[in-house]
Design a protein around this ligand. Structure first.
Ligand code: UDP
Length: 444
């Protein structure tokens, strides 16, 4: 029996955001977490991972040994600071040149595979793939056509330039990784992708950091009262994430609670991202307009251990996004034993088990959201039942599982690339790693 090929070294490309950045603000979010979590887990399984990202500070060392087996390479391409994500396409040539130079310092065949994240990285990966003769695996993370089809109130449509760029990457990738079956369908129906080249790999949560714990302790740490009902939003503050929907939906509940002698608080955790109506300052204005300023607490982006306390302190975490390729926040909250009320869009319908670990709401009508939240708060037994199921549901989504699925995808990509390009470096690498099973086992 022949063992499936496994890459010795992967070039992982994440142009627009570094896995070392604090997620929850600017361009840093779920993709950063995804890249970091999968890279460290692949490295633990013996795959060396080199992550190429754009240097955004003169203090960034060109090479950062970030974890055992994981190196971050900060490539200089354009000014360190103040460059908007929309201006990055003009820097792709410089970035690609930086990537190719690193590889040129090594013997041919240094990288066995390229995995690009987001379409900008796909553009780089496509050229490097042709140059190095190794397969390109691509993860889009979000798709412009999907975002435009479900555009949030006050948001600006993604430009045609991005749609075209994404299409090119879809056409050029050897394999593609998506978060859910819904995303696979979107790639096929909107970008005419070949379904047989798509692997569904659910993302996960760090189930050790995000675990149930004492609600009272968490509240004490965050300065929240024990007797308040806490409804929480976590994420980058931008129109797509719709924190304004939660605030508007919570307003009548807060208003009523005042006459009922109970307290309801909304916690908004995260920093500004992009432009638009849902900027933190606009949200602060909205709370004033709604007359709920005293019942809303804003917190800046939190590191993961502190974020776990935020989830534990919350009665409900709301994810009202207009589109979401998965929604890590939803899984993390449930992993801490907190039920989630989420919009029934994209990956959220997989991340939340409707009626079991949370509630899915159709659309963004504020009255529907008020009714969904009210419904839960009025039936503590139901809320407790959802909380009781939340951790179990989240446990299906671990980064270890994601890493296993990625390795299988890499293996398929290497095998089919080698078959199509028998004279390539990748084919030689596949032959080398394709050892008889028994010999491999004896060696282990
Ligand atoms: N996050 C964080 N601190 C914060 C807010 C968010 O670390 O204050 C992380 C959060 O843990 C999650 C990620 O940012 O892993 C957001 O991922 P999600 O898929 O929910 O949204 P995205 O940013 O990809 O749109």
């Amino acid at each position: 029996m022949i063992s499936p090929p496994m890459p010795r070294r992967v070039a992982l490309i994440s142009v627009h955001t570094s896995p070392l950045a604090q997620p929850g603000t600017g361009d840093a979010g779920g993709m950063n977490v995804y890249v970091w979590q999968t890279a460290t887990r692949l490295a633990r399984r013996g795959v060396e991972v080199e992550i190429f990202t754009r240097a955004t500070s003169s203090a960034d060392a060109p090479v950062v040994p970030a974890a055992p087996g994981v190196t971050v390479r900060n490539v200089v391409a354009g000014p360190f600071e103040g460059l908007d994500k929309r201006d990055l396409p003009a820097q792709l040539c410089a970035f690609t040149s930086g990537v190719l130079r690193v590889e040129a310092m090594h013997k041919p065949g240094y990288y066995d595979l390229i995995h690009s994240h987001y379409w900008l990285s796909g553009q780089v990966g496509w050229l490097a793939r042709d140059r190095w003769g190794v397969p390109l695996v691509h993860t889009a993370h979000t798709l412009a056509a999907v975002k435009n089809a479900f555009l949030a109130k006050g948001d600006t449509a993604e430009p045609m330039l991005r749609v075209i760029g994404e299409q090119q990457v879809v056409d050029e990738s050897d394999r593609m990784v998506v978060n859910t079956e819904t995303e696979a369908y979107e790639l096929v129906s909107m970008y005419n992708a070949d379904r047989s080249l798509i692997d569904v790999v659910n993302p996960g949560a760090d189930l050790e950091i995000y675990s149930p714990g004492s609600r009272s302790l968490a509240r004490a740490e965050l300065g929240l009262a024990d007797d308040e009902i806490v409804l929480t939003f976590v994420g980058r503050i931008q129109p797509l994430k719709a924190p304004d929907v939660l605030l508007s939906a919570a307003a009548p509940i807060i208003e009523r609670s005042r006459t009922q002698g109970r307290k309801v608080r909304v916690l908004v955790v995260g920093g500004p991202s992009g432009t638009g109506l849902a900027q933190p300052t606009a949200l602060i204005d909205l709370t004033a307009e709604l007359g709920i300023s005293d019942a809303v607490t804003f917190l800046p982006p939190q590191p993961s251990d502190r974020l776990a306390q935020v989830y534990r302190a919350s009665d409900v975490v709301a994810v009202p996004s207009y589109s979401e390729s998965f929604g890590l926040v939803a899984i993390e909250a449930q992993a801490c034993g907190t039920p989630v009320v989420a919009a029934d869009v994209g990956g959220l319908s997989v991340a939340v088990a409707d009626g079991h670990s949370g509630v899915l709401v159709d659309g963004h009508d504020v009255e529907d959201w008020t009714a969904a939240l009210d419904g839960l708060l009025a039936t503590p037994g139901r809320l407790a039942a959802l909380a009781g199921n939340a951790r179990n549901h989240a446990e299906q989504f671990s980064w270890e599982h994601s890493a296993s699925r990625l390795l299988a995808c890499y293996s398929d990509a290497m095998t089919s690339f080698a078959a199509r390009n028998p004279g390539s470096i990748a084919a030689a690498s596949v032959r080398r790693s394709a050892r008889p099973w028994r010999r491999h086992r004896t060696r282990v």
